[in-house]
Design a protein around this ligand. Structure first.
Ligand code: DGJ
Length: 732
């Protein structure tokens, strides 16, 4: 059992494999957070400090005891109105607009069920440890408001997933103005934050910053989790590095506006909050109604950032992604986007597919432009009827033409959008977000459909389901190509517009839920101009996401490296494209491009008939290699590695099978040296005592020698050279 309750003492402890999490109800009835970190056994609440602090108020229950202040004590779930002046987790407003509540401990329940409805949440995976759960109820007496804190625990991954459920048992409406899904209060310690910022075509760049008294926050108000920040954050001890030290990873299972805030308070204590962004959020809760926050999965590692990443990878691969594609090999695909953009017809697509199939590609994905009047990105979105004139046949015939080459057929969609130049917009302008009396803001010349409205989701779903069921489609790429503004819904309940963005996200999940139920064999890849909605919430519905619109191999090294901190390789869509690269103009070798694309679900995004015969042979070999290594790549352990010393700048990563019998080392150089020092790379994750045959080196090495002495690499000259080296255990 991971959950331990001592009713008499008011003590709650959650023990995972390497960590303990402790809470204690104070004599005055407040739920304090006493500890989260490496394993401990005893009640440590006696170690909290109680000092008379000036300008820090004392709740009524403690009478004249000036030493008990919620402004200074670590809390499990703070709220405004109790004398805590830090950033708080919960803010509620009553019917008269009065802010604040008093949340006191009420009761608890072990093995508590929670119906998450459409909200992504962690689940069991056959053959792995099961989830245990705990609910702690807090209550505001005068409002008759329940705030239930849920803990879903996966002990073997050191995961505690938090959700907050608010029920209005009072007679009057209340408004939730802020609701973090979880809070972590730390008494002492110097922390760094690792966050993953970026922009379109440059997502998830890693930045490590010291947490200061100024506080730091990341978030998105774009309606999606965004290219600019990611709802995954690491709080690390300042000494923590790749291989050792304590750190905490937070994954918000949500794909909309979010906020993660870290603060160091006046007493050098740290508070971390994560949840829906409170800006432009206001949820009206009528009498008897309930609100469920997105789930926040928190994991702990005492083995540095690599240990944390491994927890996150298994969490997402086994307990967030679902369906038969969770751990299955994904077909090697060719997407026509960078090969043709909008300039194609059925014959051109078939020609590209035929050539690809001859080289071993297993699926052709028809990207944007097959529907409505869509020869550019200025029109057609929303008109989900097949443009038979353009593709020269029905979609069924085109699909059958492609499957006749022994390939699968995939299709691009962008359900949440509408072009003003479309029949949908002409007939239903009210379906699109637009502020009353104002002109809408355009982005990529398109508007956003109001997915907070069920009838809009119904309309789009029916149109697309019809298309999907008429052709032999095995795969969908679901795109979303702008940020959201103009948030006004013509039919908003109570005209309360602070709810729309939450309901919009539920609408997107509803769409995906219907797809997964009606078309269980369809593999759905998420996309938002690449990685603009790359989050654990989407991965619950789409086990893979197009990682970035930037296919440049060198830029991808940084994007994929940043992504690897929180997300498994199985979630990353990655393709080889043409050079000069369309986004950067950079030239890289085909081999380099393939090795980089193999750090993900592998595919191509170019017309392969444009390659030389020699390159075509190389493509054949790449596909053979990928099929040979896919399980190691997709389901193995991922390690970020380094060259020894700093003789040369390079990106180095490795895959190691769970039983450590195989490894695949990848190196891409980022500069080049004249008469430079020898280059060694130290492997990671192998078994010191095993002996490995190293392919291409014609030699055997112990795991110890590969990891400690390092492997001497052949001389690599010229920028962006790549190596892929396979290790296999030698068994007698
Ligand atoms: C953005 C995507 O990320 C691209 O791969 C492509 O599908 C385009 N949209 C199509 O409009």
């Amino acid at each position: 059992m991971a959950i331990y309750v001592n009713e008499e003492k008011g003590l709650f402890q959650i023990d995972t494999k390497n960590a303990s999490y402790q809470m204690k109800v104070s004599k005055s009835g407040y739920l304090l957070h006493t500890y989260y970190g490496r394993k401990i056994k005893e009640d440590v609440s006696g170690e909290l400090s109680y000092y008379d602090r000036g300008f820090s108020g004392n709740p009524p229950e403690v009478g004249t005891d000036r030493r008990f202040s919620l402004d200074a004590l670590p809390q499990e779930y703070s709220c405004y109105g109790q004398g805590d002046y830090r950033n708080v987790a919960f803010l509620v407003k009553d019917k008269d607009g009065v802010f604040g509540c008093h949340l006191k401990y009420d009761s608890y329940e072990v093995d508590a069920d929670l119906d998450f409805a459409l909200l992504p949440h962690i689940h069991n995976f056959e053959g792995r440890e099961d989830i245990e759960s705990l609910k702690i109820r807090l209550k505001d007496k005068s409002l008759n408001l329940y705030v239930d804190l849920y803990y879903h625990v996966l002990p073997y991954l050191d995961v505690i997933a938090r959700s907050v459920v608010v029920t209005n048992a009072g007679e009057d409406q209340v408004f939730i103005e802020k609701i973090a899904s979880g809070q972590l209060d730390f008494l002492a310690g110097d922390f760094d934050l690792l966050h993953f910022h970026g922009r379109h075509c440059k997502e998830r760049q890693t930045e490590r910053i010291a947490l200061t008294y100024a506080g730091q926050s990341i978030g998105s108000l774009r309606g999606t989790s965004s290219h600019q920040e990611n709802p995954f954050l690491i709080l690390a001890d300042r000494e923590c590095n790749e291989e050792q030290g304590d750190c905490y990873g937070l994954h918000l299972l949500y794909s909309g506006n979010f906020h993660m805030q870290a603060d160091k308070d006046q007493y050098a204590q740290t508070r971390l909050l994560a949840g829906i962004h409170e800006e432009m959020f206001s949820y009206r809760l009528d009498s008897g109604e309930t609100f469920i926050s997105p789930q926040l999965a928190i994991t702990f590692s005492k083995d540095g950032l690599t240990g944390l990443s491994h927890n996150c990878h298994s969490l997402i691969r086994y307990h967030i992604c679902r369906g038969k594609f969770q751990t299955q090999r994904r077909p090697v695909l060719l997407n026509n986007w960078e090969a043709t953009y909008f300039d194609f017809d059925g014959e051109k697509i078939k020609k590209i597919a035929k050539q690809a199939s001859e080289l071993g590609v297993e699926m052709l994905v028809l990207d944007d432009g097959w529907f409505g009047k869509r020869d550019s990105d200025n029109s057609g979105l929303g008109d989900w009827w097949v443009n038979e004139e353009k593709i020269g046949s029905s979609l069924k015939e085109l699909g059958e033409g492609i499957t006749a080459y022994g390939m699968k057929f995939g299709l691009w969609i962008e359900p949440e959008m509408v072009s003003e130049d479309s029949d949908l917009y002409r007939n239903h302008p009210d379906f699109a977000f637009c502020l009353p009396g104002k002109e809408p803001v355009r982005s990529r010349n398109q508007l956003v459909l109001d997915f907070s409205r069920k009838e809009v989701v119904d309309y789009i779903y029916q149109a697309l389901a019809k298309v999907i069921s008429t052709a032999p489609i095995s795969y969908l790429k679901m795109d979303m190509n702008r940020s959201i503004c103009d948030v006004y819904s013509r039919v908003c309940r109570h005209q309360n517009h602070g709810e729309i963005m939450y309901k919009y996200v539920l609408g997107v999940y509803d769409f995906l839920d219907r797809i997964s139920k009606d078309f269980p064999d369809l593999f759905v890849e998420g996309c938002s101009g690449g990685g603009g909605r790359f989050d654990a919430g989407m991965l619950y519905y789409t086990p893979q996401i197009w990682c970035s619109d930037n296919t440049d191999a060198v830029d991808r090294l940084f994007i994929q490296n940043g992504t690897s901190y929180g997300y498994p390789i199985s979630s990353v869509g990655s393709h080889v494209s043409i050079v000069p690269n369309h986004q950067t103009g950079r030239l890289t070798d085909l081999k380099t491009r393939a090795i980089v694309a193999m750090a993900g679900s592998f595919g191509y995004e170019l017309d392969l008939s444009l390659l030389s015969d020699e390159e075509k042979e190389a493509v054949k070999d790449q596909i053979i290699d990928y099929k040979k290594y896919w399980n190691l790549i997709q389901n193995g352990h991922y390690y970020r590695c380094k060259l020894v010393g700093s003789a040369m700048d390079a990106s180095v990563w490795m895959f190691v099978s769970e039983d450590k019998s195989e490894g695949l080392l990848n190196v891409v150089t980022l500069d080049t040296n004249a008469n430079g020092p020898a280059i060694y790379v130290r492997a990671r994750g192998l078994d010191e005592n095993k002996v490995y045959q190293v392919e291409g080196f014609d030699k055997q090495y112990s795991g110890a020698s590969l990891m400690h002495m390092g492997l001497l690499l052949p001389l690599m000259q010229g920028e962006y050279q790549a190596l892929q080296i396979y290790f296999k255990e030698v068994r007698d």
